[in-house]
Design a protein around this ligand. Structure first.
Ligand SMILES: *[C@@H]1O[C@H](CO)[C@@H](O)[C@H](O)[C@H]1NC(C)=O
Ligand SMILES: *[C@@H]1O[C@H](CO)[C@@H](O)[C@H](O)[C@H]1NC(C)=O
Ligand SMILES: *[C@@H]1O[C@H](CO)[C@@H](O)[C@H](O)[C@H]1NC(C)=O
Length: 446
């Protein structure tokens, strides 16, 4: 690719990775820690196997998908025929917003368009393959944007797939080894500008480079506009999926891979995007209870991620009717219950010098330096009632230890250079402030 020439004059950011990568991430994102990802689209109609249904059925011809179609639909049924069946009959964006608020999340990211190309808004560049012309016949994106902004303190974000599996212009560009740029020029770029101008997303979650380099997508040109001129230039955050080779290397925060959870500190802000259904991002009617992560597993993901400097983006897949199934709603509300007690150890925290303890497994640390606070989140309540922490060093007369949601100062013994032993309160099951993980606030430890 030719190197873009930086524009002369006022803009702060040039259309080069060098310039764009140096933009400081707006502070709200690191403070937020927890967001909700929503995978919703025409794939929610078959709701079988995966949101990659179309690809698995017609490109890879995976037997279970081929059989599913053979057994349930007429022989000439096309993927496009699922469009009108995506009715969103019971979609109530206010109800979604209220559930998200109750989850304790601070931002939400909706798939405005997945690899199938169907846009959840009335894109002017997606003729007859968008939610206003077909299916819901409503601007699904607008409704969620209004509900989120009107009823909650969450930031509104959008996911956007750059490429589309079967778009003829993309396929033609691909066969020219991306020398031709018909698809980005006539489809992807106009849509991205339309999305940002119309819905002002504060997270823009790019995905699906289709194997094409960022210069094919003109990602740096777009991002320079986004950061310099767009209506969200001061608050927008983006991820790192802007072209082949850009993941974990360029853009805003890093996602690196799906379900990325490195277990150690990274020098760059990152996000663990994962999904409650272990096997799919879109809704699956053929999911069983074992396929969903338990609330204990989800709390563990959150705690590990935040301790290592990441944000957790936890995914749900609504149904074609626009409902959030009770299993997802329960997990979301459980997270909210847990965060109501332990949010102090999560939101607006920093990492500490240690991420997890060296003596007791499954203890993870965060901190608030200004308040001299270290938080130790532990996922197993010790049967002895004594929690041994190898990392924090306590000082008599100065150190104080409390259990979040309990409040009384706890007894502790300094183990000198070997850490501290905390005597947990004797609580009955019903007195526990929460049941899936706890947090100690340690004041004045080093
Ligand atoms: C915003 O919320 C208020 C109160 O909840 C409601 O009365 C109003 O109609 C809502 N506005 C929109 C545009 O939904
Ligand atoms: C890339 O995007 C920028 C900003 O919109 C635009 O000025 C430039 O002409 C675009 N370049 C190409 C090659 O599409
Ligand atoms: C700390 O976390 C890392 C990464 O998950 C793990 O490999 C290590 O065993 C943990 N240490 C302890 C003491 O649990």
């Amino acid at each position: 690719c030719p190197r873009p020439v930086p524009a002369r004059g006022a803009p702060r950011f040039d259309p080069t990775w060098e310039s764009l990568d140096a933009r400081p991430l707006p502070a709200w994102f690191d403070q937020a820690k927890f967001g909700i990802f929503i995978h919703w689209g025409v794939f929610s109609v078959p709701s079988f196997g995966s949101e990659w249904f179309w690809w698995y059925w017609q490109k890879e011809k995976i037997q279970t998908f081929v059989d599913f179609m053979k057994n349930n639909y007429p022989p000439d049924f096309k993927y496009e025929d699922f469009g009108p069946l995506f009715t969103a009959k019971f979609y109530d964006a206010n109800q979604w917003a209220d559930i998200f608020q109750a989850s304790g999340a601070k931002y939400v990211v909706l798939t405005s368009k997945h690899h199938e190309g169907f846009t959840l808004w009335g894109s002017e560049h997606s003729w007859n393959w968008n939610a206003v012309d077909e299916g819901p016949t409503r601007d699904v994106v607008k409704e969620l944007e209004v509900a989120i902004r009107n009823r909650t303190d969450l930031r509104f974000g959008l996911y956007y797939s750059l490429f589309e599996w079967f778009h003829p212009l993309f396929l033609d560009d691909e066969s020219s080894s991306f020398q031709k740029r018909q698809f980005p020029v006539s489809k992807m770029q106009p849509e991205l500008y339309e999305l940002v101008n119309k819905y002002r997303p504060e997270v823009l979650w790019a995905d699906g480079d289709g194997g094409a380099p960022d210069c094919y997508w003109n990602s740096t040109g777009f991002l320079a506009w986004l950061y310099n001129e767009s209506p969200v230039r001061d608050t927008v955050v983006t991820n790192d999926r802007w072209g082949a080779g850009s993941i974990c290397k360029h853009g805003g925060y890093y996602t690196c891979s799906d379900r990325y959870n490195p277990g150690h500190l990274l020098p760059h802000k990152w996000e663990n995007c994962m999904t409650i259904d272990k096997f799919s991002w879109g809704y699956r009617r053929n999911a069983g209870i074992r396929d969903y992560l338990t609330i204990e597993e989800l709390v563990k993901q959150l705690v590990e991620t935040v301790s290592c400097g990441g944000n957790l983006l936890m995914n749900i897949g609504p149904t074609k009717d626009g409902t959030i199934s009770p299993i997802f709603e329960e997990r979301l509300r459980q997270m909210g219950t847990w965060l109501k007690v332990n949010g102090e150890a999560i939101y607006e925290t920093n990492t500490w010098r240690s991420q997890n303890d060296t003596v007791t497994p499954d203890v993870w640390y965060t901190s608030k330096a200004k308040e001299n606070l270290v938080y130790a989140m532990f996922l197993k309540w010790p049967t002895s009632g004594q929690l041994f922490l190898g990392q924090p060093k306590a000082t008599l007369g100065s150190t104080e230890v409390k259990l979040l949601g309990h409040g009384q100062p706890l007894k502790w013994i300094s183990l000198e250079k070997n850490g501290i032993m905390v005597e947990l309160p004797h609580l009955t099951f019903h007195q526990m402030p929460c049941k899936w993980g706890w947090a100690l606030a340690l004041t004045n430890v080093i």
